[in-house]
Ligand binder design. Structure first.
Ligand SMILES: [Zn+2]
Length: 166
């Protein structure tokens, strides 16, 4: 489990209908680790991300990738500011195509992935989970007392005010 990084020749992978399963830990994903672990006492190396990557070539010769991710992270509830478990089960479909090609359309169901002999799977997994993290997670049940932020913390929107020109 320490043989990372993981680079995939994505066209070849799709052509051969390959399937790859494995697991990473947050120790492999420093950016995500920073985001997800700020309020957790768990060792990043013990937080596992399971993945399955499958390649397919469809009847019209388009190369496709399917990625499934499962992980249990800890985030911070934005209401009571205490740790909050976050279970993620994510699925992605990608079409491998040149992003600036005219005949491909990015749709809601399919994301584009540039053809690459060294597609960085760990970076892709990390990016997808970062984008799937809720911006303002709140406990659905058993939320603690509301914590009012002290006035010492700058309002994050205050900085924006100066940027908005009338
Ligand atoms: Zn809460």
């Amino acid at each position: 489990m320490s043989t990372h990084p993981l680079f995939i020749d994505n066209i070849a992978f799709a052509k051969k209908n390959e399937r790859l399963t494995g697991s990473l830990t947050l120790a492999n994903c420093p950016r995500l680790s920073e985001l997800a672990q700020a309020n957790s006492s768990k060792n990043p190396a013990e937080v596992v991300i399971d993945y399955v990557l499958e390649g397919k070539t469809d009847s019209v010769g388009q190369h496709l990738l399917y990625l499934s991710l499962t992980t249990n992270l800890t985030t911070t509830c934005q209401r009571c500011l205490s740790p909050m478990p976050l279970k993620l089960k994510l699925n992605y479909n990608y079409m491998i195509a040149d992003i600036d090609a005219d005949d491909v359309e990015d749709s809601d169901d399919v994301d584009l992935q540039e053809p690459s002999q060294t597609m960085d799977l760990i970076a892709l997994i990390e990016d997808e989970i970062i984008m799937a993290m809720p911006i303002a997670p709140i406990h659905e049940e058993d939320c603690g007392e509301i914590v009012t932020q002290s006035g010492e913390k700058p309002n994050p929107f205050a900085a924006l005010k100066g940027l908005i020109k009338p």
